[in-house]
Design a protein around this ligand. Structure first.
Ligand code: SF4
Length: 379
């Protein structure tokens, strides 16, 4: 189990102190260590082959009914989505074919995400039910505007989690951040409260992207979300640049006030509600010292253009494209030699000098793979 000689690894895992007591409830749902539960996938990487992905992020549609000021797929100074076509959506028949492949390949979970707003994809409820029929777990990122009716029914019955992105703290600020009407905030809070009332096992959480507009209102917003019955809130800093120094300069101005707000927000934690602070993860994350990418094995992306991509940060870029599903099935493509060669040709140290949401997870896996098997038992 020593590292493959071609898989050069020099970086040590930057595991940070976890701010959750393991005995605390609700149990933490975010961890950089999850990949270590899938030894067969790590073995595949060691042998420079690809097993079935663990979790596929599917972008069913690129259209969005909101227009957020910080959306990485829509602002021009970020690498995300440079080749994205706003009119793309995975054709329904192709989507069902992909889901059937996922069901037989042994993929464990699907996360629906953007591109656009996944819950306005017309067949989304059927997708959730069909995946659940195969025993595949389902989660989704969403703006929550369509979390109602049949869509809410499907997630309440079959979903594992939903995470609503939210930034404004009232009608005016929410409308301005997203270019939507001022009533949208109250409608969203009502959608979330109604979903909670169903008593579903599907965890409803929120993701707050912190920037200069909202950084003094975090406590106010989190209090409202707790009152609506949400269980988890993730806090993270907005990405404003592909360059780490520019990003850090932006947040250096905000950080003292954000730190105060987050300290207040954490006072809201109790048995039913937990705030996860990822704001600190902005530091120096644009440098990679590993030469293959575990994320491709664990969490690849299928875009609304029916193309498979290495990860969410490289979706809709030529560099991140592994191959198209337009004329072939996902299963056939994933296990092809063409895909294997393309996946292992991506060298993060050379090709990824930009934000990478999976960097810490990649470091954990590559560090583990570099560990000498003769020393594993010296725990
Ligand atoms: S290192 Fe990060 S950005 Fe690069 S391919 Fe892997 S997950 Fe994507």
């Amino acid at each position: 189990m020593t590292a493959s000689p071609t898989l050069s690894v020099v970086e040590k895992s930057p595991i940070k102190e976890i701010d959750t007591d393991p005995a605390e409830k609700p149990a933490q749902v975010y961890s950089t260590l999850k990949a270590l539960a899938f030894q067969d996938r790590i073995d595949a990487l060691r042998e420079e082959r690809l097993a079935a992905p663990v979790n596929i992020r599917i972008k069913p549609i690129n259209h969005c009914n909101h227009d957020c000021w910080y959306c990485a797929y829509r602002v021009s100074n970020l690498q995300l989505g440079e080749d994205m076509n706003l009119r793309d959506a995975i054709p329904e028949a192709k989507m069902m074919e992909i889901i059937d492949d996922i069901g037989v390949m042994g993929v464990k979970a699907v996360t629906f995400t953007g591109g656009g707003e996944p819950l306005i994809y017309k067949p989304i409820a059927e997708c959730v039910r069909r995946l659940a029929g195969y025993g595949v777990k389902v989660g989704s990122l969403t703006n929550g505007s369509n979390l109602k009716g049949e869509v809410a029914d499907a997630f309440a019955e079959h979903g594992t989690w939903l995470r609503v992105s939210i930034d404004g703290w009232d009608g005016k600020s929410y409308g301005e951040a997203r270019n939507v009407g001022e009533k949208s905030f109250d409608k969203l809070v009502a959608n979330m409260a109604d979903f909670v009332k169903r008593g579903s096992k599907c965890i409803l959480g929120a993701s707050i992207i912190i920037g200069e507009r909202n950084h003094t209102h975090l406590y106010e917003l989190c209090s409202k979300l707790k009152d609506a019955g949400l269980e988890q809130i993730k806090l993270a800093g907005v990405i404003v640049s592909n360059h780490g120094a520019e990003n850090n300069a932006y947040h250096r101005e905000l950080k003292p006030r954000v730190t105060e707000e987050i300290a207040r927000v954490k006072n809201l934690n109790d048995d039913q509600f937990h705030v996860v602070d990822h704001y600190h993860e902005l530091d120096e994350r644009f440098q990679r010292r590993y030469h293959f990418c575990p994320t491709i094995q664990f969490t690849p992306v299928i875009g609304a253009d029916s193309v498979v991509y290495a990860c969410q940060d490289k979706a809709y870029t030529e560099q991140g494209a592994l191959g198209s599903l337009k004329d072939r099935s996902f299963k056939d493509f994933w296990f092809s030699e063409e895909n294997r060669k393309r996946a292992f040709a991506i060298d993060p140290a050379a090709h990824c000098p930009h934000n990478c949401a999976n960097h810490q997870k990649n470091v954990v896996v590559t560090d583990f793979m570099a560990t000498d098997e003769e020393h594993l038992m010296f725990v």
